[in-house]
Design a protein around this ligand. Structure first.
Ligand SMILES: Cc1cc2nc3c(=O)[nH]c(=O)nc-3n(C[C@H](O)[C@H](O)[C@H](O)COP(=O)(O)O)c2cc1C
Length: 257
């Protein structure tokens, strides 16, 4: 019984590991292969509690950081994530909270500077309504290939209409049509209805060179009061360095992992 399980595990792992999907995933491909080849593994499934990676690359030390400016380190890490060809390096998990009930979803970072972190969305969506009710929010980045994560907390405000106009005009026409076509977060009968909405919008703007920005679509900026940088290290002794803003000044602390 045990021998046939081992053999099946080996065959499955070989098949998976040589397939396009797994070889393209540098981090989890290796972990999955180890797990599938372990004798305790049930055939045909992955025991999630066995997924484990020992982080080994260079750590995050206070001497290498400007203590008064978290944006410098953010820019460095973000640029390095882009250079490392991480898939969607600007994808970030945005968490909001109303009536003590948190909700989270991914959005794309579209700008960052010392004022904060910007993304664009539909102002009538669930996230936007939640932000209106409670502007406290958090965003989280995870760049697995670099063993890095960043957590940012703060208050969300709308960007200026000029900034939203400018960004909207920089988008491809298809995305501009998309912003008009979807009542984001609303229920719709089926996919056909959605495509019909899109066709109607395409017709509406036919022949028009510039599509105007919908009033219900624009940017938000999270103005941070806390930014944490996390770097995976060996044996779970990870590095955690947090910038906390008090009286308009950033202060650096190290947290236990
Ligand atoms: C990688 C990724 C990036 C996304 N970027 C955006 C974005 O920039 N803006 C947006 O409105 N939705 C984006 N979405 C879709 C959202 O995750 C979400 O489905 C949508 O905004 C509706 O969320 P809500 O109902 O909580 O408002 C993205 C999804 C993924 C997976």
């Amino acid at each position: 019984m045990m021998r046939s399980r081992l053999l099946a595990g080996f065959l499955v792992s070989t098949l998976l590991y040589t397939s396009e999907g797994f070889t393209s995933n540098r981090v989890f491909g290796k972990i999955t292969r180890n797990v599938l080849m372990s004798a305790s593994q049930p055939v045909g499934g992955i025991n999630v509690s066995d997924l484990r990676k020992d982080y080994s690359s260079k750590g995050l030390m206070e001497n290498d950081i400007n203590h008064n400016n978290p944006y410098e380190l953010f820019s460095k890490w973000f640029d390095e994530a882009c250079a490392a060809n991480v898939l969607e390096p600007n994808a970030m998990c945005l968490s909001t909270c109303v009536n003590n009930k948190p909700s989270a979803r991914y959005v794309l970072l579209k700008g960052h500077d010392e004022r904060g972190f910007v993304w664009y969305t539909n102002y009538n969506s669930r996230k936007s309504k939640e932000i209106e009710e409670n502007p406290n929010a958090a965003i989280t980045f995870w760049w697995g290939d670099l063993e890095r994560s960043i957590r940012i907390e703060g208050i969300v405000e709308k960007v200026s209409t000029d900034e939203s106009d400018q960004y909207f005009q920089s988008r491809p026409r298809g995305s501009q049509i998309g912003a008009w076509s979807s009542n984001q977060s609303q229920i719709i009968e089926n996919r056909e209805k959605l495509e019909e909405q899109e066709r109607n919008i395409i017709k509406k703007f036919e022949g028009l060179k510039t599509i105007p920005r919908p009033q219900h679509w624009g940017g938000f900026r999270l103005v941070p009061s806390r930014i944490e940088f996390w770097k995976g290290r060996s044996s779970r002794l990870h590095d955690r360095v947090v910038f906390i803003k008090t009286n308009n000044k950033w202060q650096l602390e190290r947290l236990q992992p």
